[in-house]
Design a protein around this ligand. Structure first.
Ligand code: MF3
Ligand code: CO
Length: 267
């Protein structure tokens, strides 16, 4: 399957990416201590369907929910459930929607209430590393340039754990397309980036080890040393000279700042 898209296809896919941004924004509006993660999933599924889309995660290889909600030491693919959110929790929301034949897939990490400087640094630096990687989503670069940028920023400069067992990917008519985008790599190595490839770039970073294990549910990925983990993801269209980010953090960030239950002091 071709991973090269026409400008028209990219424009259609952008709608799916923006619907993910809008969905995460709805979550940002209601996040607070005392609610279950399942209640967020129910709201999000309704929101996605009301917007003429389907939640791609639900039923994907048997995944039972619309959102992945990964709390604290959970890295990715956490199950929404009876867990009641509390002050200090680190909450990563990752979701995928399918609309007009294209998937959008991105993620954002929130901190509820009071936290520690160490956790807020991890959140900020992981988000910054995403933009360090995105700088390389231009023609003439390779996947290794993206990975190298993320790895050298997070592990090289800050000594954090860079998850290696899960990677970013192309995204389009399929949720996962070529090429894979590891969050580590060597400059000038890996697959060549071509104009109008759409990439899901997604650093998954821990305060400790890069090693992980999976919970008995067969999905939830946890840091092996139980250290806190953060995940940010954008969908980015490869262009000449400057990348085109298809997802939109600005609406999420506005909701994050407006919600007094969320900690946005890491900016
Ligand atoms: N965005 C995640 C990924 O690319 C979520 C996929 S949906 C799930 O892996 F079903 F795997 F959760
Ligand atoms: Co993804």
């Amino acid at each position: 399957m071709s991973v090269y898209k026409s400008d028209e296809e990219v424009a259609i896919q952008r709608e799916s990416c923006l619907l993910v941004s809008a969905t995460i924004t709805e979550v940002a509006k209601i996040l607070k201590p005392g609610i279950t993660t399942l209640s967020l999933d129910e709201m999000a599924e309704t929101f996605i369907r009301d917007n003429g889309a389907t939640p791609s995660c639900k039923g994907y290889h048997g995944y039972p929910y619309s959102l992945c909600i990964s709390v604290n030491e959970q890295v990715v693919h956490g199950f929404p459930g009876k867990y009641i959110l509390k002050e200090g929790d680190i909450v990563s929301i990752d979701t995928v929607v399918y609309k007009n034949g294209f998937h959008g897939d991105h993620a954002y990490t929130f901190v509820i209430g009071e936290s520690t400087p160490e956790v807020l640094d991890l959140v900020r630096i992981t988000k910054e590393s995403l933009y360090e990687g995105i700088k390389h989503a231009i023609t003439g670069k390779r996947t290794g340039d993206i990975g190298h940028a993320i790895e050298s920023y997070t592990n090289g400069q800050h000594g954090y754990g860079v998850i290696r067992d899960f990677v970013g990917h192309g995204v389009g008519r399929e949720m996962h397309e070529d090429p894979q985008i590891p969050n580590y790599g060597k400059q000038g190595k890996g697959k060549k980036l071509m104009e109008n490839m759409v990439l899901a770039i997604e650093p998954m970073i821990t305060m400790g080890t890069h090693k992980i294990y999976m919970l008995d549910d067969g999905w939830t990925v946890v840091s092996a040393d139980q250290s806190p983990a953060v995940h940010f993801e954008h969908n980015v269209c490869v262009k000449k000279g400057a990348p085109l980010i298809l997802s939109d953090f600005s609406i999420i960030e506005a909701a994050e700042k407006a919600n007094s239950n969320l900690n946005s002091s890491y900016y």
